[in-house]
Write a protein that binds this ligand. Structure first.
Ligand SMILES: *Cc1c(COP(=O)(O)O)cnc(C)c1O
Length: 367
């Protein structure tokens, strides 16, 4: 079986380093707000290219606190794609703000920037740019629209650790960059974790207090906060794994090249990549109108594949009450055609070659 993500392979390569780090934390007796977190915050914000960085409990909390710190709340509107993981939109709703969905560019699966301005009202406060599957959203246009309309930009980088747009790392181009370290992400912890990147000192201090019960100093709580911290054990693991991130992203790109060359382009639509981005290939997503059939055929041939995501956010039960009548034609078409093929640093070249061969056979047999 070629698994979608085989953690046993990852663990076997990293276990010596990680056990050493974990043992150090256990021996130190310091589990919250220690040196591992401090080091990781400085290393990762440096890697992304922002002045400040705050480790938090999850990508979802990072997005929630980003919106809250910008004082976006009841009655405000936030622009977001619906073609994303639901957590992007939940962060808006948890702040009592209203998501305004914008369709996506069918080439990159990221927000279609030509459609943003028609959705801006006097209540619009921010745009969330989701760098979906590891392909950066069209940041030049997003920055221009945000400036012109006085909107904040929050980057959802949960699928794009290390990706670059015109040389800039995602997470450094908006007002606040949000990351997730959910285990299968390009940089993943062995549990939950998240991160906030930013350059604004005031916002940084505010979020630092917010993620720690609104505490300014011991026993002093200046506003109602939450508990959403990255812990020492996860930070220790992330400190080990951050060293490998660029190398792993390179391996992902190598595998993507094999897929690109070997998959029969007359049978499947392969990903389109803008020439000025460095793709992080969190996912390698092909399109076919026979998607479900192909998924079954792959599984019959011992290959796992997945769908990210089969139901767009605006069609989820949780959001039906918003009464979205606007059509999102690309989003609604894409969800029936997309298929994520195995993509991670632990897959071997020959396995990808095998997947391509089986895919091409399946396509032909279906003619
Ligand atoms: C994973 C993910 C999140 C949520 O991160 P968690 O750490 O699981 O809370 C948010 N947005 C996107 C696009 C994601 O892929």
């Amino acid at each position: 079986m070629i698994e979608f993500y085989d953690f046993k392979r990852e663990y076997n390569e990293l276990k010596n380093e990680i056990h050493k780090k974990i043992n150090n934390v256990l021996r130190s007796g310091n589990f919250i707000e220690g040196n591992e977190v401090k080091n990781f915050e400085s290393q990762f914000s440096n890697y992304i290219g922002t002045k400040y960085g705050i480790g938090v409990n999850s990508g979802s909390d990072a997005l929630y606190m980003a919106i809250k710190a910008l004082d976006i709340g009841e009655g405000d509107e936030v622009i977001t794609p619906s073609q994303t993981f639901i957590s992007t939109v939940d962060a808006i709703s948890r702040n009592m703000a209203i998501p305004t969905f914008v369709d996506v560019d069918p080439d990159t699966f990221c927000i279609d920037t030509s459609l943003i301005e028609s959705k801006i009202t006097e209540k619009t406060r921010a745009i969330i740019a989701v760098h979906l599957y590891g392909h950066p959203a069209e940041m030049d246009s997003i920055v221009k629209i945000a400036k012109k309309n006085n909107l904040f930009i929050i980057e959802d980088c949960a699928q794009a650790h290390g990706a670059r747009y015109k040389g800039m790392r995602v997470g450094s181009m908006g007002d606040i960059g949000c990351f997730s370290f959910y285990p299968v992400k390009n940089l993943g912890a062995y549990g939950d974790g998240g991160f906030i990147n930013l350059n604004d000192e005031y916002l940084s201090e505010k979020i630092r207090m917010m993620h720690n019960y609104g505490q300014s100093k011991k026993n002093h709580h200046d506003f109602v906060g939450i508990n959403s911290r990255l812990d020492e054990l996860q930070a220790a693991i992330l400190n080990v794994k951050l060293e490998y991130l660029d190398y792993w992203n390179k391996l992902r790109n190598n595998l993507a090249n094999i897929y690109n060359v070997r998959i029969d382009g007359s049978l499947y639509k392969i990903p389109i990549v803008k020439e000025y981005v460095d793709h992080a290939y969190h996912m390698y997503v092909i399109r076919s109108c026979k998607r479900d059939e192909i998924k079954r055929y792959l599984l019959k041939n011992n290959i796992q594949s997945m769908i990210h995501y089969p139901i767009p956010v605006h069609k989820q039960k949780a959001y039906i009450n918003l009464g979205i009548h606007d059509k999102l034609p690309q989003t609604e078409e894409i969800c029936n055609e997309i298929l994520s093929l195995p993509m991670n640093p632990w897959i071997k070249n020959y396995e990808v070659e095998k997947i391509c061969e089986i895919l091409n056979n399946c396509g032909e047999n279906n003619e």
